[in-house]
Ligand binder design. Structure first.
Ligand code: NAP
Ligand code: MG
Length: 516
């Protein structure tokens, strides 16, 4: 029997043996940089004739992590056809057997944990700790969704009536298009892919352009775990080149997307249109951006607040959908808090992710750096820069941890997702006003309240409108199964990854009633 689900423990890097093992994985991966990758369609490594793109290390832009053949529309078509073909057999594989592929993949990944984390250090610029957390989450998703599929495959509780046998089963949808972001290049990509296939669907996986190599490694791992050819078709390529084609395709049954609000809304609109030959309404699962707020109450542990804010704002350079990008502090504690957050942020080690001591590395690419620096310039007008504001090590895409105070709640830097190490501070006169400011964005992903006031916490529980609300802790770091994750409003379609409702998004329920 399978042991109950539990979260994969994080690696304790205070132990010398773990540090050595991780360093060895970095050396091993370092020796494998610069290799070539390309689409895998129907189990075949397809040689794409056209454009190649280099995936580079954002901390050291001279370093090529891999060279990746870019799929065009013709290959996108082949990938859809391969998925459609494989669906006919994969949908008949018993759910428990599909789940076993996930358990096997989780076991393989657990054995090669540091190697996969090391790829993220190079390809995404994640620190050791952040990479390790990302890999652990990927393992968690597979262990969790495998068990969830087995639960859904059990006899479902229906009201029984005499003289009839009634049965409800969850059957798959068909061909899905999986479009993940680069910021959890293993965990989110793996979670989105395996949740869909464990339900019996087959997919075309279009990885995010900055992180295709880690996805290629994962697809090879699934193959090793026994996932049959054509079930996951790996289609690296630019979203603007193949994205619309995949979304619009009449054989696409669902699109599972995680990324920006802009692209998510575009997908949602396009998927709503029925194309010739299409005989279903496409389902769209879109997890989008955030503008996440931590409220710091007048009665609270200020050191705890400063720690929660600093970690939530600057972990992985603020490039988490759950990252804290706004602080709303009650007037009585605002200045003291700001001072403490600035002091803690100054202590953060910004550097090369290859170094174990590095807390914060670069941002993902030149486009992101340009966008973030643009917002910092806007912030200079809209508020006062009290820390940072500049770029860092010119070898990579470095932006200093930046704090902007005296910002009005309607300011652009307080409303638009910056997706970088930029934190704004607001002052509130009352707790009511703090909640109102927190809710005054079009997003609703995460939030936190740091308070000792029980009545205030209860108010926030009801009124702070976000999908994941945390009290007296940071607003990042959701754990699979523990904190099912996903937001409201423009943060997405209100789904909860890593929760009991999630697999239902990739299935449809069929009821068979037999008169006895
Ligand atoms: P993005 O620019 O929207 O890209 C996401 C994915 O969409 C990429 O694979 C991208 O491909 C693809 N894409 C681009 N244009 C497309 C099109 N026309 N049709 C179909 N696909 C297209 O987002 P990102 O920069 O990768 O990720 C950061 C964003 O993700 C932030 O907004 C963050 O808040 C959000 N996020 C949300 C969650 C959540 O759970 N709510 C979790 C993580 C991240 P290319 O890379 O080739 O352009
Ligand atoms: Mg992008």
């Amino acid at each position: 029997m399978l042991e109950p689900y539990r979260n994969e423990p994080f690696t304790d890097f205070t132990l010398e043996s773990n540090r050595q093992a991780f360093a060895a994985a970095l050396r091993q991966v370092g020796a494998e940089l610069g290799r070539e990758y390309g689409p895998v369609i129907g189990g075949e490594r397809v040689s794409a004739g056209g454009r190649r793109a280099s995936s580079i290390n954002p901390a050291d832009t001279q370093q090529v992590v891999g060279i990746v053949a870019q799929a065009d529309r013709a290959l996108a078509e082949r990938a859809i056809q391969a998925a459609a073909g494989a669906f006919e057999t994969w949908k008949r594989v018993p759910p428990s057997a599909r789940a076993r592929c996930l358990y096997k993949a989780a076991a393989l990944l657990r054995r090669r944990k540091h190697e996969f984390s090391a790829w993220m250090v190079y390809e995404a610029g994640k620190s050791w700790t952040e990479s390790d957390i990302d890999t652990a989450e990927a393992i968690d998703f597979m262990e969790f969704y495998g068990r969830e599929m087995e639960r859904l495959a059990e006899r479902q509780p229906l009201t029984r009536i005499p003289g009839e046998d009634n049965e409800l089963t969850y059957i798959p949808l068909g061909v899905g298009v999986i479009i993940p972001p680069w910021n959890f290049p293993l965990a989110i990509m793996a979670g989105m892919t395996t949740s869909a296939i464990v339900c019996g669907n087959t997919v075309v996986l279009k990885p995010a352009s900055p992180t295709p190599v880690i996805a290629a490694k994962f697809v090879a791992l699934l193959e090793e775990a026994g996932v049959p050819a054509g079930v996951v078709n790996y289609l690296p390529g630019s979203g603007s080149e193949v994205g619309d084609y995949l979304v619009d395709h009449s054989q696409t049954r669902f699109i599972s997307f995680t990324g920006s609000r802009e692209v998510g809304l575009r997908i949602n609109e396009r998927a709503a249109k029925t194309n010739p030959g299409q005989k279903w309404i496409k389902r769209v699962i879109a997890e989008m951006g955030g503008k996440d707020t931590i409220i710091v109450d007048s009665d609270c542990d200020l050191d705890l607040a400063a720690e929660a804010v600093t970690l939530s704002a600057f972990g992985f350079s603020g490039q988490k959908c759950s990252a804290c990008s706004r602080v709303v502090a009650l007037r009585e504690v605002h200045d003291a808090l700001l001072e403490k957050v600035v002091a803690r942020t100054r202590q953060l080690i910004v550097g090369q992710p290859l170094e174990p001591s590095t807390y914060m590395g670069p941002v993902i690419d030149d486009k992101a750096m340009g966008k973030i620096m643009g917002y910092i310039e806007i912030g200079r007008e809209e508020g006062t820069i009290v820390l940072g504001g500049g770029q860092g090590d010119p070898r990579g895409y470095y932006v200093e941890p930046t704090i902007i105070a005296d910002v009005a709640p309607e300011a652009r830097v307080a409303q638009e997702e910056i997706f970088g190490p930029v934190l704004v501070f607001h002052r509130a006169e009352t707790f009511d006003e703090a909640i109102a400011i927190a809710n005054r964005t079009e997003y609703g992903l995460t939030g936190a309240v740091i308070s000792r006031n029980r009545a205030h916490l209860e108010r926030a529980r009801d009124e702070f409108h976000v999908g994941n609300l945390y009290f007296n802790r940071k607003c990042t770091g959701a754990l699979v199964g523990v904190h099912p994750f996903g937001g409201f409003n423009m943060s997405g379609t209100d789904s909860k990854a890593g929760g009991r409702d999630y697999l239902l998004l990739f299935t449809q329920a069929k009821v068979v009633s037999e008169k006895l």
